[in-house]
Every structure is written in C-alpha cells, then in structure tokens.
Ligand binder design. Structure first.
Ligand SMILES: O=c1ccn([C@@H]2O[C@H](COP(=O)(O)O)[C@@H](O)[C@H]2O)c(=O)[nH]1
Length: 273
C-alpha cells in the first residue's frame, strides 16, 4: 500500500487506530476452542466487527510462532482474509527482525512477498545493510524500532552516544539510507515526553505507537506533539481491544473499545487539523 492510500483511509475514517492481533489461546472465549482454527476464527470475528473504525491491523508474529505450523497457518489465513475482504486496510507484521543483508532480504521476502503484509517492524542495531534490503520493496514500509514502550528502553535507547541519545542517532542515521522514504518508526505511547524531539527530527514520517491501553499510555499526550499536519500516527492497542470480553460478545465488546479510541481520535483531529 502506498503512503497516500494509507493517508486517504485515515481521512475517510477519521481514525488512526491500529488493532493488535496478539492472540493468546488462554484468553480467547472457550467456545472458540472447538473450532478447526480457533485463532483464525477469533481474528476474523474481531476484524469483521472493527474494520470500519480501524485503519490498520498488527499481528505480533510471536503469538503465531508460539503455536508452530498451525500458528503460521492461522497468520497466513488472517492476512489473506484482510487482503481479500478489506484491501483498504493497512497491515503490519510485528516481527522485529534484523540480520545481515542476505538474511534480511529473505525476511523481507517472507513478510512482503509470501505473506503480503504492507509493512514489517525491524530492529535497527545491525545497521544499514540489515535495513536497506527491506527498503527496496516498492510500496512497502519498514518500521524501525526507535524508542520502545517498555521499561528496558532506558537500558540502551536513551543512553548518550557522543552527546546524543541513541534512539535519536538511530532515527537520524536511518534517514540517510537508500529509499528512506519507506521508513516509519516505532515510538512507545509510554514515552510521550519524547515526541516533540522526535518530530523535530522526522516531521513527516509515520510513527507506529504501541502502549495505549494495557500499558497505560495516553492518546492525548501522544497527540500533543506526535501529530503532524497529515496525522502521521498509527496508534496501536492490542489486549485493550481484543480481550475486552472472553464471552460470546467478545467481538461486540472489542468494537466498543475500538470505537472509544476512534471517537477520541476523531475529536482530536477536529480540534487540531
Ligand atoms: O515498543 C514496543 C514495540 C512493540 N510493542 C508491541 O505492541 C503490542 C502492544 O500490545 P498491548 O496489548 O496493547 O500492550 C504488542 O504486540 C507488543 O509486542 C510494544 O508494546 N512496544
């Protein structure tokens, strides 16, 4: 998907909500366990109930890898279901890959060509040759981990290197890579006070923002400095939406939670843009 198509969808839906499909079999309604593919059945119900209020879906690959071949099959069925039924939706493989060049190319082929995701998350710490192979794919985005939402982000990402926090160096350096237009960045909602600085470095880039909902990040705080004149944000919530209920009404309750966030987004956009 092109950035322009993503922007058009955001405008049409007044939403920059990304729903995380992090399916934990111990948390889904027990009646689904009788289905042939409980993970896919769960995802399908969530997607059908929320596709008009969200612009993106982000399966975290760990939640599928953990179930072996069956998990991969559920993932493939989920992405195919989105691409065939709701082609306007943007898809993110949250895989946090990163390796030397020829291996990076294989990761990129796996997620962009075989799975047909629009984007993939990538860890930046192996540098240019580990990131550029992802950037060569046309109309696909590479979402680099910049400043993550977890506490451990302070171990390395905020440490000063030659007087500058490492996460800033990562963003600045990556902007010099070939096809840097295909880059987006992960910035945690729990780190709202850093958005001003990050926007100074990349005023036009999309930021994928996990950490709203279960991790306690605030949409309002993120938007204060995170929004740019074209929105420029994809706000992710996973557990806070998909596990709103573990009963028959799980999809309906997920929709209610998604709608709450979408309405808050719509109000913010009315005020700000
Ligand atoms: O900095 C990061 C990067 C990725 N994540 C991922 O996002 C979701 C968040 O899930 P919630 O249930 O809404 O907390 C999950 O897949 C994480 O692995 C992140 O949280 N922080």
């Amino acid at each position: 998907m092109t950035t322009q198509q993503l922007l058009e969808q955001i405008k049409k839906k007044n939403s920059f909500l990304c729903i995380g499909l992090d399916v934990d079999m111990t948390k889904i309604p027990s009646f689904l366990l009788k289905e042939e593919d409980p993970i896919f059945s769960f995802n399908k119900a969530i997607i059908d109930a929320t596709h008009d209020v969200a612009v993106a879906y982000k399966p975290n690959i760990a939640f599928y890898e953990a179930y072996g071949i069956k998990g991969w099959e559920s993932l493939k069925k989920t992405i195919d279901y989105i691409n065939q039924n709701y082609p306007e939706l943007y898809t993110i493989a949250d895989a946090k890959r990163g390796d030397i060049g020829n291996t990076a190319t294989m990761y990129a082929k796996a997620f962009f060509e075989d799975m047909e995701f629009d984007s993939v998350t990538v860890a930046p710490y192996m540098g240019k040759d580990s990131v550029e192979p992802f950037l060569t794919f046309e109309n696909k985005h590479t979402i680099l981990l910049a400043l993550t939402s977890n506490e451990g982000a302070f171990d390395f990402q905020t440490q000063l290197i030659e007087g500058k926090p490492l996460y800033q160096k990562v963003i600045e350096k990556s902007q010099t890579y070939n096809n840097a237009d295909n880059l987006m960045y992960v910035v945690g909602a729990t780190k709202a006070e850093y958005f001003k600085e990050i926007r100074n470095i990349v005023p036009h880039s999309f930021l994928l923002v996990p950490g709203v909902g279960a991790q306690g990040g605030s949409l309002q705080d993120v938007c204060q400095y995170g929004l740019n004149d074209q929105v420029g944000l994809l706000i992710n919530s996973s557990r806070g939406i998909i596990f709103a209920s573990n009963k028959e009404d799980f999809a309906e309750k997920a929709r209610e939670q998604a709608l709450l966030l979408q309405r808050e987004m719509s109000d913010i956009l009315k005020e700000r843009l």
